[in-house]
Write a protein that binds this ligand. Structure first.
Ligand SMILES: Cc1ncc(C[n+]2csc(CCOP(=O)(O)OP(=O)(O)O)c2C)c(N)n1
Ligand SMILES: [Mg+2]
Length: 279
């Protein structure tokens, strides 16, 4: 892992901007998908792949020595396709087939179609359990690989998340980092209105986790938090990443009168305006 002081923040920010542009382009081309859910997560995913935090191997994506990244909020997979494109795994033409019949770039990650997908997710609330499996397996195999799992704040009310939180501490998984993308919204409205599980940090802490709360759309904060989390090796860590859904194109969402903008692509016209904002 790179030392934080050696990380080129400007380069990370440039990558983040390119990734945001891809997210807009591929979801508008698809005519469906979840751009706003993808955009809130850009800084974290960019820092993982380009900041030296996630050991990955383009020549052999399933290299056992890799670190693992599980996107538990699988509907945000455009952020992952865009990042992998920016990292040279896929061409722009390939990711532009998002959600088209026959394309392996499905609306949710499919590990059977793409060897870069760590897990097939989309049914929310399961990714942390999958991450625990990886973290335990790596420990058994004496691998120093680290496992990262990103969940949504709405997702925190789904599936077996809290059972997994308890289990990760029981197994003292110092090789596991959870990231909660706290963008304030879920499918049908604000998380406060639908089912409010905040504050997340004190709840994780009560389960014995190391916790950090950060501004997750600020690259400096993200890099610092990821570095800190890697220095904790005796228990699982969580980064509560406070973000904005649709970050990067908020004026467009404001204009549209919908700050959640869940599960819908921008029209061609709005996409052009969004790309101009991100130029
Ligand atoms: C088990 C399950 N229930 C419901 C859904 C439908 N669904 C898709 S996205 C979503 C909202 C998720 O909100 P959040 O986790 O906050 O992610 P965000 O889009 O805000 O990043 C829901 C309920 C699902 N995919 N899986
Ligand atoms: Mg959310």
């Amino acid at each position: 892992m790179d030392n934080v002081t050696t990380i080129d923040l400007e380069l990370l920010k440039a990558n983040a901007k390119a990734i945001r542009r891809y997210i807009i382009q591929i979801t508008t081309e698809a005519g469906s998908g979840h751009p706003s859910s993808s955009l809130s997560a850009v800084e974290v995913v960019t820092a993982l792949y380009f900041g030296g935090f996630l050991r990955h191997n383009k020549a052999n994506p399933r290299d056992p020595k890799r670190d693992r990244f599980i996107l538990s909020k699988g509907h945000a997979v455009p952020v992952l396709y865009a990042t992998l494109c920016q990292a040279g795994y896929y061409t722009f033409e390939q990711i532009m087939t998002l959600r088209k019949i026959g394309s392996p770039f499905e609306g949710h990650p499919n590990m059977k179609r793409l060897d870069t997908m760590e897990a097939s997710t989309g049914s929310l609330g399961q990714g942390l359990s999958l991450g625990i499996g990886h973290a335990l397996a790596c420990r058994l195999d004496n691998l120093d690989s680290h496992t990262y799992v990103m969940m949504g704040d709405g997702e925190m009310a789904e599936g077996q998340v809290w059972e997994a939180i308890a289990a990760a501490e029981k197994f003292k998984l110092g090789n596991l980092t959870a990231i909660v993308d706290q963008n304030g919204f879920q499918q049908t409205g604000s998380t406060t209105d639908v089912l409010d599980l905040k504050p997340f940090a004190s709840k994780f802490e009560a389960f014995g986790w190391h916790t950090q709360v950060i501004q997750g759309n600020t690259m400096e904060a993200v890099v610092e938090a990821l570095a800190k989390s890697r220095s904790i090796t005796d228990r699982p860590t969580v980064i509560v990443s406070q973000t904005k859904k649709g970050f990067g194109i908020l004026p467009i969402l404001e204009q549209a009168g919908d700050m959640n903008y869940h599960g819908k692509p921008l029209s061609k016209d709005l996409a052009e305006k969004a790309l101009a904002l991100l130029s």
